[in-house]
Ligand binder design. Structure first.
Ligand SMILES: Nc1ncnc2c1ncn2[C@@H]1O[C@H](COP(=O)(O)OP(=O)(O)OP(=O)(O)O)[C@@H](O)[C@H]1O
Ligand SMILES: [Mg+2]
Length: 135
């Protein structure tokens, strides 16, 4: 797969989480890390809809993928709001708080930028596309 970059914007509704997953599986179908990428984007899109202003009426979020031969950069841009993404401590989180813990486990690196007007949560996966690993 040649270096590539693609973004798509979705309505900030729960139904869009399925669409965002599909966007990842279609665009990254030849990449061995497609399952990890799908999980990460699913968690980040869910968070955008549930915790940011993207989930308000008319809100949107944008998923971006940037890939080169060995690395993939995934991100979800939301519409901000009063809450900030943060890894919840296990005791405080109970049933919740697994999303960013999972992202932290799967990604080689991840982070948060932005402010209450819009935030990006990004994650990097290191993986060679199948075509490159066969060589
Ligand atoms: N995009 C976001 N905008 C604002 N706050 C966020 C965002 N993503 C996460 N958060 C905050 O960070 C916390 C931790 O997120 P995380 O995904 O780990 O857990 P959760 O969404 O609460 O539960 P789970 O993902 O297990 O269903 C959230 O409870 C929320 O307060
Ligand atoms: Mg979550």
């Amino acid at each position: 797969m040649s270096p590539s970059r693609v973004s798509r914007t979705f309505l900030g509704s729960p139904a869009s989480i399925t669409e965002a997953r599909r966007f990842i599986t279609v665009f990254l179908r030849n990449w061995p890390c497609v399952d990890d990428a799908e999980l990460i984007v699913s968690e980040l899109a869910t968070n955008a809809v549930r915790h940011s202003d993207s989930g308000r009426f008319g809100g949107r979020f944008t998923v971006s993928i940037e890939a080169d031969r060995s690395r993939m950069w995934l991100s979800v841009l939301d519409e901000g709001g009063p809450l900030s993404p943060r890894v919840l401590p296990p005791l405080a989180s109970g049933e919740n708080g697994r999303g960013l813990v999972l992202v932290n486990e799967l990604a080689a690196a991840w982070g948060i930028t932005g402010d209450d007007r819009g935030r990006i949560v990004w994650a990097v996966l290191e993986a060679l596309p199948e075509a490159a690993t066969r060589r």
